[in-house]
Design a protein around this ligand. Structure first.
Ligand code: DHB
Ligand code: MG
Length: 212
């Protein structure tokens, strides 16, 4: 499929399924206002995360890499009223913006932001598991470690999912440490008999595995 056709198809998908309300639009565009990188998931990737959270029947979810809270809002909205999303963000500035966004989007009570390094925070929250969904969208070098933690801390039927599976194509011709780490991450997913894994080839690719 040509890039142009792919973009048209993406927009078609978005119009069909990714029913953003005003709050989600505001969260998505808030990165620009706050001079943050515009690397949130696309609207239909956010919708996919919402859908996966429903499919897993998740009550407690974990996100690594909050940014402004866009993907987190999609995930939190699929949790039950008494559910909880633990979302981990290293940057205090990003965590502050996300806090405002979660409150504005009406999911503030369901979301706890941990302003911390990824692995340190995961070790802290493990006691609240097992979890129904783990979404990974942070430092790519650590994807293998995040996956190891996720497999150990998901309940049966729980889902681990990760953004940037394709890394804009660079996983096919890896050069950087990040490229190699994401490749290793997929090999681990494919080889682990406790998982059934796949990459949903949409956007920048969404890796998904269900815990058997
Ligand atoms: C980039 C995009 C992402 O979605 C991400 O999680 C990290 C980096 C990027 O385009 O640089
Ligand atoms: Mg990403």
């Amino acid at each position: 499929m040509s890039d142009d056709l792919r973009e048209q198809f993406d927009q078609h998908l978005e119009a069909l399924f990714a029913d953003e309300d005003e709050a989600l639009q505001t969260v998505r565009t808030s990165t620009k206002q706050h001079d943050m990188p515009s690397i949130s998931v696309r609207p239909y990737e956010g919708y996919l995360l919402n859908w996966l959270t429903h499919m897993a029947g998740a009550r407690i979810a974990v996100e690594i890499g909050t940014l402004a809270g866009y993907s987190g809002t999609w995930i939190a909205r699929a949790l039950p009223e008494d559910g909880k999303l633990y979302t981990i963000e290293k940057s205090s500035k990003h965590a502050d913006v996300a806090r405002q966004n979660f409150d504005m989007a009406g999911v503030g009570e369901r979301v706890e932001i941990l302003q911390s390094d990824g692995m340190e925070a995961l070790e802290q929250i493990a006691q609240h598991g097992p979890f129904g969904l783990v979404f990974i969208d942070a430092d790519k070098e650590a994807y293998p470690d995040y996956l190891t933690w996720a497999v150990d801390n998901l309940h049966q039927g729980g889902i681990v999912t990760a953004h940037n599976a394709f890394r804009n194509g660079s996983i096919l011709h890896p050069e950087t440490e990040s490229d190699y780490a994401v490749r290793r991450f997929h090999q681990m997913m494919a080889d682990d008999i406790r998982l059934r894994a796949m990459i949903i080839p949409t956007g920048d690719g969404l890796s998904v595995a269900v815990r058997r």
